[in-house]
Design a protein. Structure first.
Length: 149
């Protein structure tokens, strides 16, 4: 099967590819209602101020230990949040010892050719412990891809 890229079946090598990624398989125990970094961070320098950045993250596993708690994840450009879930959390459960996963895709228009740092942060709904990447058995990923403008 042929994949069509830029309206032809030949890759245009004159257009640079700018993709950066980071992975993290370290277990984090979150017990904070403040936003904290979870070890997923990338830096990208865009070719043009007209470029956009496609951001994708996947948190393969987080474990909510106690009942009636949850957490949220968000993407941050340098120190500016790109989106924060309403209500203070995006994942919530009334059942103890629940394993969940989450992912998100955002398009950012930073209008800059300086180095930009993107990171994923998490915030607990309460101070009850939530384990991100329980027992270091999973890999969480953040990918930033420049989209030429």
């Amino acid at each position: 099967m042929t994949t069509v890229i830029r309206a032809s079946d030949n890759w245009d090598s004159s257009i640079p590819s700018n993709v950066v990624s980071a992975t993290n398989d370290t277990q984090i125990i979150l017990s904070s209602t403040s936003w904290v970094d979870i070890g997923l961070s990338v830096s990208i320098t865009l070719a043009s101020t007209a470029s956009k950045v496609k951001l994708e993250y996947a948190i393969q596993n987080f474990r909510i230990i106690t009942t009636n708690t949850g957490l949220s994840f968000r993407l941050v450009r340098d120190s500016t949040p790109l989106f924060t879930a309403g209500g203070g959390y995006s994942s919530y459960t009334s059942t103890a010892n629940t394993h969940l996963s989450t992912s998100n895709i955002e398009i950012d228009s930073p209008a800059s050719t300086a180095a930009i740092t993107y990171k994923v942060q998490a915030q607990g709904y309460s101070t009850a412990a939530v384990w991100i990447n329980s027992s270091s058995l999973y890999r969480n990923t953040l990918i930033a891809t420049e989209i030429a403008g």
